[in-house]
Unconditional design. Sequence first.
Length: 184
Amino acid sequence: MENDIKNSLIQKNERLINMVIERAKRDFPEDIAIIGLTGSFSTGDFHEKSDLDLIIINNTPRGWEISFCFILGDVGYDIYCTPWETRIQAESELESPMVSHLVDLQILYCAKPEYMEKFNAYRKRALDELAKPIGKPCLDRAKRDIDQAKQEYANAMLAERDRRRQIRGRRSAVSYDERCRQLE
């Protein structure tokens, strides 16, 4: 990718990030704890159609109000919130396959020092779990995640099969109707 395109994407995302942070400070000072960056813009491995992956950790249900989705140019954006007690806790206990979001999250905004302490405690718990030797709990989690992936794949394949059958059924009905008209 050319440097001018890369710099333009970085500047666009910096403006979006600053807008989200300013809105969090202004409208949700007690509701939003942390805003972090993950994904391809965090690692530097992005392309022209990469979206911006922000993780917003909210303290209260009101914090969800900052969530929104939009399309800018031809790239979709999701500003997504998560409470501490579900996703962050699950990632710290390796109960989520997305643990890298917790471990590698680049913190862009933190409302209060105690939120950073809380976040770092969750991150440390995840890193401690990851440092343990591979044993039965790890293998059980892997099996669970693989089984879930297989099920999602099967569901997607069945949905595609059903969609194709529906399209063929419409074609058959039209062809049959056309044939009947021709016989009249």
